[in-house]
Design a protein around this ligand. Structure first.
Ligand SMILES: [Zn+2]
Ligand SMILES: [Zn+2]
Length: 252
């Protein structure tokens, strides 16, 4: 509601798009952009002038999308009627995203060297952070890409290597709890480390992570409850010509 009102009070130049301009070079006039990015003094003792009101609206808009309320602001944006939605997405992309993404990436850069066994690289031009973490000496990778209209569209996460694990909570943390990318990376590496150290050792290869595929032992012997890697137990069956548990000898 407050956002609908502030959207109505935005300066015309914030919403007007120069149709002649190449969409890739679309930008807000510098003075308008400053209205979004600069702190405003609130003076309520006098009736605010129309220009003061519209610059306050810019700031309200920026704060709504850049702070703790960005999840709610995204929900509000999702309910906008057809024509308003692209105008809003453009405004977020031009007035909010660059500053919010820059803060996130600079925070990652500031702390990048503080995580053990972790290499972090930042791709500034694509709003992306690449993480390479050594888990039991095996590389596991995470890429976090912030959307071009962040935080309107949620971040995209991809992982490779290492044991299968759920990264949905990282997306939720970043998209709905206004989480910092660096904190998400730290929590992700810690969760992986915890998962691996809590896992049992496979008694065929004596590893937690399978040396070739990096998965955790998942097949359980129903007699002795020991766990084995799928690959290891299949090799064991093939070489012993039996399908017995290598530890308790009961039929698997
Ligand atoms: Zn194994
Ligand atoms: Zn057994």
């Amino acid at each position: 509601m407050a956002l609908s009102n502030s959207m109505r009070l935005l300066p015309e130049a914030a919403l007007a798009r120069d149709a002649a301009r190449d969409p890739a070079r679309d930008a807000l006039p510098a003075d308008v952009l400053q209205m979004f990015l600069t702190e405003h003094e609130c003076r309520f003792e006098e009736p605010p002038s129309p220009s003061h009101l519209s610059s306050l609206s810019c700031r309200v808009f920026y704060l709504a999308f850049s702070g703790l309320t960005s999840g709610a602001a995204r929900g509000w944006a999702g309910g906008l009627p057809g024509r308003a939605a692209p105008a809003l997405a453009r405004l977020v992309r031009l007035a909010v995203t660059p500053s919010v993404v820059k803060k996130q990436l600079m925070n990652v850069q500031k702390h990048a060297d503080s995580l053990d066994e972790t290499e972090i690289s930042i791709l500034w031009s694509s709003n992306e952070v690449l993480v390479r973490h050594l888990l039991d000496e095996r590389p596991v990778e995470l890429a976090v890409r912030l959307a071009r209209d962040h935080p309107l569209s949620p971040p995209q996460l991809t992982t490779s290597g290492g044991p299968a694990h759920n990264t949905q909570w990282v997306t939720v943390y970043l998209a709905y709890q206004n989480g910092r990318v660096f904190d998400a990376i730290r929590m992700w590496t810690e969760a992986l480390e915890r998962k691996v150290s809590a896992a049992p050792v496979c008694y065929i290869c004596y590893c937690r992570l399978h040396p070739a595929c990096g998965q955790l032992p998942r097949l359980t012997c129903h007699q002795c409850n020991n766990k084995f890697h799928t690959d290891c137990i299949h090799k064991w069956f093939a070489s012993s010509h039996k399908s017995n548990c290598p530890l308790c000898r009961s039929t698997f």
